[in-house]
Design a protein around this ligand. Structure first.
Ligand code: ZN
Length: 82
């Protein structure tokens, strides 16, 4: 799927110290927990039971670890100016 090409990019709205550290194709199986998230690019509400992209951001200063959900690669392209 070529998700590694997004690593090191800076998402829209962040300064250049913040970069994509990890992208994973992801879904949750614990169906008892009704969890939703909003796509960081387009704002669409995502059902986390269904497949989506989980993006972890890293920061050079060490904080980082921020998690974002995205619909898919189209949104990730837009969000990271691909
Ligand atoms: Zn989206």
């Amino acid at each position: 799927m070529g998700l590694s090409k997004y690593v090191g990019r800076t998402p829209r709205g962040y300064d250049s110290n913040t970069t994509v550290e990890r992208v994973a194709s992801h879904h949750r199986w614990d169906v008892d927990v009704e969890r939703r998230g909003d796509c960081s690019n387009c704002g669409t509400e995502l059902e986390l039971r269904e497949k989506h992209l989980l993006v972890t951001l890293g920061e050079r200063q060490g904080r980082g670890g921020e998690r974002h959900y995205l619909c898919g690669q189209l949104c990730l392209d837009e969000w990271t100016d691909g």
